[in-house]
Design a protein around this ligand. Structure first.
Ligand code: CP3
Length: 346
């Protein structure tokens, strides 16, 4: 690796100023070129499983904004799909699956690893090609969903505002919930290991629905399965940073890093900057900007960026949004955010 990859350095604990920047969902519908490729692909899943087109949409935001990290284009739900669960995406409705019944969980354990990875081979091929096509300085991130967040979609069959079906399933049938989370943790770790083998420099585990759980459920559904994943990945790749993103975890963020072993912490915008500053003592933090400040632009954006830089730029910070960029975000706002961060001075 001749060139420095500054996101990778920061994830490992270095302070770099100005901080590196990338954006969750940076390949997405706010970009006209994404919408064009998405139309060419036909369906969203066809885009995920077509390396030519997946590479193209992954590179689009890098060409436009020269972000310091590139995240593989795929979706968290390809893992249950590779385990034989049906999956489709409907315009305006998001993902749709047949809700899993308790009696179907054992079958997931029986899925042949060879067929699981064969299903996901287009994703690995996308990663391999990206590592060749990306600039040497750009950190390549792989990702997957955390077991709890993936389980919420498998159980409800669709997105819900509070994940009531999955919470109820867990409280009514704890043994099957534990079993489901276990199989997802094992397979998801293997999936990330293959992405690292294919060329990912670091990986992010998205626990987008961590914020709907009480303390005990958070421990059982979020912390424990992610710790298992981290242990498994570390055994194979001790040096590869793992970013944990338990969105909405609030005060439960405080010892998430210590208890799961993740290298870096993704933070949503509800985390106070003073708490983020404390969390930064133990390693890198990433995120924090409310995506609607970016969508709104103007003063809301300038003040949001300034507050984060002021509080956190003298420690290991990867500048990012607190969740994905919205489809309504003007491209000019993104250009402005990148400029504000890259031209920051102390
Ligand atoms: O960040 C990136 O650019 C990489 C690509 C990426 C996508 N999904 C592409 C996508 C990543 C990292 C994800 C993760 C993902 N997928 C999560 C965790 C992060 C989060 O946002 O909370 C979740 C919960 C999913 C499941 C999922 N996929 C939902 C709920 C939806 C529908 C919501 C929506 O925005 O429409 C998707 C679809 C999806 N995944 C899109 C993209 C670009 C939009 C679909 C389209 O282009 O038609």
């Amino acid at each position: 690796m001749a060139e420095k990859r500054i996101v990778l350095d920061v994830l490992k604990g270095e302070t770099v100023f100005p901080p590196p920047i990338w954006m969750m969902r940076q390949a997405g519908r706010y970009l006209p070129e994404y919408r064009a490729t998405r139309t060419e692909a036909g369906s969203f899943l066809d885009l995920c499983y077509n390396p030519d087109l997946a590479v193209e949409v992954t590179l689009q935001p890098i060409r436009r904004f020269d972000f310091d990290a590139s995240i593989l284009f795929s979706d968290i739900l390809v893992v249950p799909h590779a385990l034989g669960r049906d999956l489709r995406f409907e315009e305006g409705r998001g993902p749709l699956m047949t809700p899993i019944a308790a009696g179907e969980i054992a079958a997931l354990e029986e899925v042949d690893p060879a067929s699981f990875h064969a299903h996901l081979e287009p994703v690995y091929e996308t990663v391999r090609r990206l590592r060749v096509e990306l600039p040497g300085k750009t950190t390549l991130l792989g990702f997957c969903g955390a077991p709890w967040t993936v389980a919420t979609y498998m159980i409800a069959g669709h997105g819900t505002p509070d994940q009531a079906p999955a919470r109820l399933f867990g409280f009514s049938d704890p043994d099957n919930m534990a079993r489901l989370l276990d199989v997802l943790a094992e397979r998801s770790a293997e999936y990330l290991i293959r992405q690292i083998e294919a060329g990912a420099d670091a990986v992010q585990i998205f626990d987008s629905w961590a914020g709907v759980l009480d303390e005990a459920a958070f421990e059982a559904y979020c912390v424990r399965p992610v710790r298992k994943m981290v242990e498994r990945i570390r055994a194979r790749f001790p040096e590869t940073p793992v970013i944990g993103f338990p969105r909405g975890a609030g005060s439960l963020y405080d010892d998430y890093r210590a208890r799961t072993g993740v290298t870096a912490l993704g933070l949503d915008w509800s985390v106070p900057l003073s708490q983020a500053k404390r969390l930064q003592r133990d390693g890198a933090v990433q995120g924090l900007l409310d995506p609607l400040r970016l969508q709104a632009g103007g003063r809301a954006l300038d003040e949001g960026v300034e507050a984060i830089l002021h509080a956190l730029a003298d420690g290991p910070l990867v500048f990012n949004l607190g969740h994905g960029v919205t489809p309504q975000t003007p491209v000019e706002s993104v250009e402005r955010m990148v400029r504000l961060v890259k031209e920051a001075h102390r």
